[in-house]
Design a protein around this ligand. Sequence first.
Ligand SMILES: [Zn+2]
Length: 255
Amino acid sequence: MLVKPIRLKLIACMFAALPLYSAASEWSYSGHSAPDHWAMLDANGNYSTCAKGTHQSPIDIPSASAKHINAASASLGIDYQRSPLDVVNNGHSIQANVAGDSRLEFQGKTYKLLQFHFHSPSEHLYNGKRFPMEMHWVNQASDGSLLVIAAMIKSGEKNAQFEHIWNKILPQKKGEHIQISQAQAPDLGRILPSVSKHFFYKGSLTTPPCTEGVQWVLFEQPLQLSADQISAFQSIFTGNNRPASAINQREIDED
Ligand SMILES: [Zn+2]
């Protein structure tokens, strides 16, 4: 009777010694690891939602057919603050990991701001119109659910809030981190437009594993960056946008 457990233990040891054969391949936005192939890049099927999901993001928002809801039922309250940032070039975008206590309330639930990052050109479209860039603010509730705030970016005025992240120290190489102190960090509460209507819909992460159940809130009023600020980002990342997915039977709301 002692043989069985010992044999099982041996087998377990043999598996533990095997190389991690089924690790996911690196995904990208072009070539053999482009969005069309994401679902096949993970041998364990962890990226299968990228192909099989029916509530995927981004989408082309048909604003004329958005269902109007009153602002009270949307009840979006954003309380973002100035706090230290860990800005990293993660190989897919420039991402700022946010310390501190920036949070938002949406429909009675509290979400904490984890990070923000950028895509160029925009991932979402408004009535078929694509913007030069799009900013995503990723927020998470204590139950793990995600809410992403999106703002389109158009070319216009120089954005002074981003000066320290942009003009001096945008991390150029994959894996490079830059720390920004609280004093030099942008006031996150002053970046998003104070007056804007919003689109609301249920979607997914726009990168593998394309997990669904993400609440999207899109500002209709775009942000502005100067042409120089946009080209500074595009000199590092251009084409880091997933193509639009089908809306299928989803409802899009507007406040
Ligand atoms: Zn994003």
